[in-house]
Ligand binder design. Structure first.
Ligand code: GDP
Length: 510
């Protein structure tokens, strides 16, 4: 509906250029909308975020069905521990190495290709087990077309077998069953098939559609039959991809190579990767310097379903990151800037949440304090609370008694921040090993207040004022409460006074 789209566009302040460049809409529709707008829509500062979002045009594109060509399947091997996944992968890889003319050195690049005599190919991801599979899926990457479920015929369905089935089902990936260890005398393939029915994996000879192949990863028996069954399933799935247009893929593994720098292995899922292509993945970008296959051989092109090592990354992307091709380095930077910006926005949101929670917490405790401490201000309350905690937590009765006789609680008031700070600094450097310790109950700027007197009374402390006054009423109240107020106009006099007071409180030396 053109009107609806037009309305929506007005709200996103998109211009006709970016509409054309980024839209999923078809051309006719775009033209009509632009015509209806009658002009380039105005930029709005407020709506720049939206526009920037549209600038992040590197999304997976919808493929044109006419351009789709068949591609080979990408397979993950899953199953219970010790059921033979690694052995199976090794054997499959070796069939390839043997088939190669020079028997090159196989490199672990996270995936490898197996070619059948018929010319068909299968890409095996070579990290077995469902941990890798679900880690990739958790990052939104879906590279696997088919799961080969390995079940040892002498052991049957086990915990991780069931988990693997669940993972495949969640990802809606079909299964080919490899009943392994069939070379063993105690192997019972039929038992495996029957057990699997309880998990909705029904083999063909039990009326279901799951192909089961009896294999021995150890001897290599029937591995080609397993590969053929996989190809047969792939044909049913009609796996296709568009080998033209911008490249899309997924990072399978990434590591830093001493000589080559950051390297990734990827499965290409659309387009054809070539030297010089500019790619983005996660927060990294690459200008492809060179590519290699699992035999370490340099290749010039990588088409869909092909595992490929890519050199030329500026940083190291993570496994599962989506790879997308962009038209230029400038564009790559723009996209990464955008992603960074988005991430920061998310982070800010999180921060705001935390701040809001803290604020609420604070508010609640504030009201509780109000009930408990009445009209004292926040600083005074904090000190009181601190004292309470200290007494509850750290001081045993005996220590408390000692403390009471040897500690001089003080309250410092000054005319400005600077003078209070200066006094606190001097107190700080005052010999800590002194037998009588100062305990700063409260400090602040301004004349002596009733609160100060109350605090001093509570703690049995002395109020020291620097360049401040104590009004008549305050003086009277202090006398009544037997609180000493000492006012000074020279800092060192105040300190001297303090030291005298400390000495007078020292235990008598007989
Ligand atoms: P994974 O934990 O699933 O990767 O299992 P492994 O591939 O490490 O195999 C576990 C053990 O089973 C090893 O000792 C293998 O040699 C053995 N094994 C694997 N496949 C077969 C097989 O087809 N027949 C026999 N007899 N042993 C096998």
């Amino acid at each position: 509906d053109i009107d609806c789209i037009y309305e929506a566009l007005l709200n996103t302040a998109i211009d006709s250029d970016s509409l054309e460049a980024n839209s999923y809409l078809d051309e006719v529709c775009i033209k009509e909308v632009i015509k209806k707008a009658g002009m380039k829509l105005k930029w709005s500062k407020l709506k720049q975020d939206k526009v920037r979002e549209n600038k992040d045009a590197v999304r997976r594109l919808q493929a044109d069905p006419a351009l789709l060509t068949p591609r080979s399947p990408v397979v993950t091997i899953m199953g219970h521990v010790d059921h033979g996944k690694t052995t199976l992968l090794d054997k499959l890889r070796k069939t390839q190495v043997a088939a190669m003319e020079a028997g090159g050195i196989t490199q672990h690049i996270g995936a490898f290709l197996v070619s059948l005599p018929s010319g068909e190919q299968i890409t095996f991801l070579d990290t077995p087990g469902h941990a890798a599979f679900s880690a990739m899926r958790a990052r939104g990457a879906q590279v696997t077309d088919i799961v080969i479920l390995v079940v040892a015929a002498d052991d049957g369905v086990m915990k991780q077998t069931i988990e693997s089935i669940q993972h495949a089902k969640d990802a809606q990936v079909p299964i080919v069953l490899a009943i392994n260890k069939c070379d063993k005398a105690e192997a019972d393939p039929e038992k495996v098939k029957k057990e699997l029915m309880a998990y909705d994996v029904v083999c063909e000879d039990y009326g279901g559609d799951v192909q089961a192949v009896h294999v021995s990863a150890l001897t290599g028996n029937n591995l080609m039959a397993l590969a053929e069954a996989t190809i047969a399933l792939a044909e049913i799935l009609e796996l296709k991809a568009d080998p033209t247009g911008p490249v899309e893929g997924t990072v399978i593994e990434s590591f830093t190579d001493k000589g080559r720098g950051p390297v990734t292995t990827a499965i290409i899922q659309r387009g054809t990767l070539r030297k010089g292509s500019v790619l983005v993945a996660g927060k990294c970008w690459a200008k492809v310097r060179s590519m290699f296959d699992e035999n370490g051989k340099t290749i010039n092109e990588a088409c869909p379903s092909l595992p490929v090592g890519i050199i030329g990354w500026r940083d190291l992307p993570s496994a599962g990151d989506e790879i997308l091709e962009v038209e230029s380095e400038a564009r790559a930077r723009e996209v990464l800037d955008w992603r960074k910006y988005k991430q920061e926005q998310e982070k800010n949101k999180d921060d705001m949440k935390i701040i809001e929670e803290k604020r609420k917490e604070h508010q609640e405790s504030h009201w509780k304090d109000r009930e408990k401490y009445g009209t004292l201000n926040w600083k005074e309350r904090s000190f009181l609370k601190y004292q309470e905690k200290k007494e509850q937590k750290f001081l045993k009765p005996k220590e408390k008694a000692e403390r009471d006789s040897n500690v001089l609680p003080i309250i410092i008031k000054g005319d400005v921040d600077g003078s209070v700070e200066a006094i606190l600094d001097i107190i700080d450097t005052y010999d800590a090993s002194h037998e009588c310790k100062l305990e700063l109950v409260h400090f602040g700027v301004g004349d002596i207040s009733e609160n100060d007197v109350t605090l001093a009374e509570t703690f049995g402390g002395i109020i020291y004022g620097f360049n401040v006054n104590a009004g008549n009423i305050i003086q009277q109240s202090a006398t009544k409460k037997q609180v000493k107020i000492k006012l000074h106009k020279i800092i060192y006099r105040l300190i001297e006074d303090l030291q005298e007071e400390l000495s007078s409180r020292l235990p008598c030396i007989v």
